[in-house]
Design a binder for this molecule. Structure first.
Ligand code: FA5
Length: 342
């Protein structure tokens, strides 16, 4: 009886060894071992009839079972070890081409609009303007009321604003930074305030989210001609060539007089082309002398102080300088576009 069990165990081990020698992957070795050693596997099957054996016989067959199991474990470990050894040898014998160039590290770059914003800021800083910032989620007071645009004033339609309830808005322009600065600083003040603004606008030259750069200079004697001189210097420095600017009378409730600022088209130098629609001029922003009503709202004595303010679109400046013909390109994140400016 016990010899029969031993023979069967040996036959199972022989069968296992045979199959193991054919296994060529680690996975197949593990699967084979799991099958032969499992509770329903061939080894355990042999043991099922052990219950019919006497105590001594059972002990002897139990030892044979443990031996067979140990043999399978040893063979599996040896086979896995041989695989590991093969891998190690293959690794040591691998061929290394020391002349292959190293992997390139991709470097990031500033977005075109960030670069243009910096260029603009640097020019004004060179004239002595300091940086100022304000929140993009802004109060109605700073965005409109303090800028002499009361509720129901028709000028509110000039900027199609995103309202966040009655008292808060996504700022539709950077002009609220004028108010915040005059509230927190005594004149003289000379600041430049770039930032993101929002309007319900969407076409090839208008985006719902865009960037403006605001300027404010408040001092004892600030003249309209100073405003024009500063903007002329800016345009000529930014475009790196001689371009005229002109003021067209315009209405912004917070400046008086107010003007729309045009520059000679940088594409055709004023001769007329598709970009300037044949006029030779392109609009770049709004400007004017700070209205005394605005000074009154921030407790600045308009008898003692005068000032000018301006606001320009940064996308517009970048479009004109780099020939970008659709505002969407800035915001689509297409690397083919962005890499041209990195
Ligand atoms: C203003 O926003 C005024 N706050 C500017 C100002 C400041 C006037 C200080 C007087 C004193 P305007 O709405 O024209 O003005 O916008 C200024 C510039 O922002 C425009 O000339 C244009 O270049 C840019 N702009 C306006 N709307 C958009 C838009 N949806 N997408 C991209 N650029 C825009």
């Amino acid at each position: 009886m016990t010899q029969g069990h031993r023979d069967k165990l040996e036959a199972v081990c022989a069968e296992f060894s045979e199959l193991l020698s054919e296994a060529v992957t680690e996975e197949s070795v593990r699967a084979l071992a799991a099958k032969y050693l499992s509770k329903k596997g061939p080894l355990s099957e042999v043991m099922k009839s052990m219950k019919d054996l006497s105590g001594d016989e059972r002990k002897s067959v139990g030892q044979a079972f443990n031996k067979a199991k140990g043999q399978i474990d040893t063979e599996v470990a040896a086979k896995l070890q041989s695989f590991a050894e093969e891998k190690r040898k293959a690794y040591l014998n691998r061929w290394i081409d020391v002349t292959v160039p190293g992997r390139q590290q991709a470097t990031g770059a500033l977005h075109l609009l960030t670069q243009v914003q910096k260029e603009c800021v640097d020019i004004f800083r060179g004239l002595g303007f300091g940086m100022a910032t304000g929140p993009q989620i802004e109060t109605d007071f700073h965005s409109f009321e303090a800028l002499a645009i009361p509720k129901n004033h028709p000028a509110r339609d000039m900027q199609d604003t995103f309202y966040l309830g009655d008292e808060m808005v996504l700022r539709p322009h950077t002009s609220p930074v004028q108010i915040r600065t005059m509230q927190s600083q005594e004149p003289p003040i000379a600041i430049i305030a770039p930032g993101v603004v929002y309007r319900r606008d969407d076409d090839p030259t208008h985006s719902p989210m865009f960037m403006q750069i605001e300027g404010l200079w408040v001092d004892k004697v600030v003249r309209f001609s100073d405003l024009k001189g500063v903007l002329w210097h800016f345009v000529n420095t930014f475009f790196g060539k001689s371009l005229e600017i002109r003021f067209r009378p315009s209405y912004f409730p917070f400046v008086e007089p107010g003007a729309e600022v045009d520059m000679q088209c940088s594409f055709c130098d004023g001769a007329g082309c598709g970009v300037c629609k044949g006029t030779g001029w392109v609009e770049i922003g709004g400007a004017g002398m700070v209205d005394p009503a605005v000074f009154a709202n921030v407790n600045v004595d308009s008898e003692a102080w005068t000032g000018f303010a301006f606001g320009m679109g940064i996308e517009r400046m970048a479009m004109l300088k780099y020939g970008v013909n659709d505002i969407k390109y800035y915001y689509e994140g297409d690397l083919r576009f962005l890499r041209q400016f990195s």
